[in-house]
Design a protein around this ligand. Structure first.
Ligand code: SF4
Length: 341
């Protein structure tokens, strides 16, 4: 059985060649029909009608397994959808409307091992890695099941993407394929808590343009280790070194995400320390107001506190974008995925 959402065009061409004596022409047709058009009756396209013996041989051998969308939640234009996987586990993905098109926030694991204290997914614990087709299937479902035009991908959903490295890299190659989903690397952002071995492996992958986001959330090791256990293994100085060594594209920047939590990481001294940590890295900082999660001790900052913290960083020459994360009522805001599962 060929689980088509797990294959690059190159791999499919090779299989067609080795097993059926056919090649890229038919592989491209299949990619176009399935990835671009969501056509499940692909064997009726002209390329296969002209090769009836080959079409017959393929019957029942191509599977499309993106998982079943079992629930959607809407808030204004934002849509969160829950996919049930073949073993009954469920994952969440979020479609975020931007000015001209949509961004899809993709999950890479069921649950997460990283245990960040402010995060609903972290509280679920870790169940398993997603397969390649369960990652790419989220785009298939967003485009062809929900009919949304997806142009940007952020790997910021459930799980730590670099902890599912091999499947994620293969999924990125498939998502990037021009004959298929055709999403450029520069339109994909991978967000990590700072898993240094993963950052180092990524540095060797030669994926120019793929954007790297670091979920930083604290200005020093004391606070970071308290809310992000990963920091005890990979403290800030080591993280900074891995970023200094990272081969950014020309004029490339890192995205830093800083969830502002009232009374924890929001003082003037914290802003000063954060600015020192960032300098001289090329960084755009997304300052995100913490979304309160029931049962967790943390609190959201008010608008004034958000503006004040952002102003302190801007005064130090840091590029800051303030975000009041959308989707609070459907638990699709930052750090909230997993609350409905
Ligand atoms: S913030 Fe990300 S890495 Fe941390 S527990 Fe949540 S999903 Fe995992």
């Amino acid at each position: 059985m060929i689980d088509i959402l797990e294959f690059t065009l190159e791999q499919l061409t090779k299989i067609f060649n080795q097993n059926y004596g056919k090649g890229r022409f038919h592989a491209q047709a299949l990619f176009r029909d399935i990835f671009k058009q969501g056509n499940k009756k692909f064997l009726t396209s002209p390329e296969f009608l002209d090769s009836p013996r080959f079409a017959k041989a393929l019957e029942g051998k191509i599977a499309i397994n993106p998982g079943d969308v079992v629930k959607t939640f809407d808030e204004e234009e934002l849509t969160k959808f829950i996919t049930r996987l073949s073993d009954g586990l469920e994952i969440e993905s979020v479609i975020i409307p931007m000015t001209r098109h949509n961004t899809l926030c993709i999950s890479s694991q069921v649950g997460c091992k990283m245990g960040c204290k402010f995060c609903a997914t972290g509280r679920m614990g870790f169940k398993r890695n997603l397969t390649i087709s369960e990652i790419t299937g989220q785009i298939y479902n967003a485009r062809h099941h929900l009919g949304k035009d997806i142009k940007n991908i952020v790997f910021m959903g459930m799980g730590e993407p670099l902890d599912n490295f091999d499947n994620l890299m293969k999924a990125i190659q498939i998502i990037n394929e021009q004959q298929g989903f055709d999403i450029a690397l520069r339109h994909m952002t991978l967000s990590t808590v700072g898993l240094i071995p993963g950052i180092e492996k990524l540095a060797k992958m030669k994926m120019p343009g793929l954007r790297l986001a670091i979920s930083i959330n604290a200005p020093n090791n004391t606070i970071r280790s308290r809310i992000m256990p990963i920091n005890t293994r990979f403290p800030l100085a080591a993280l900074k070194k891995s970023l200094v060594d990272f081969p950014l594209a020309k004029r490339g920047i890192f995205l830093f995400e800083y969830i502002l939590i009232k009374g924890l990481n929001d003082s003037k001294a914290h802003a000063d320390m954060l600015a020192d940590f960032i300098t001289p890295l090329p960084v755009r900082l997304n300052l995100i107001a913490y979304n309160r999660i029931e049962g967790l001790e943390y609190d959201s900052p008010c608008d004034r506190e958000m503006h004040a913290f952002a102003d302190l960083l801007s005064a130090k020459g840091i590029m800051v974008i303030k975000r009041w994360s959308r989707g609070r009522s459907v638990a699709a805001g930052c750090g909230q995925l997993g609350r409905n599962i």
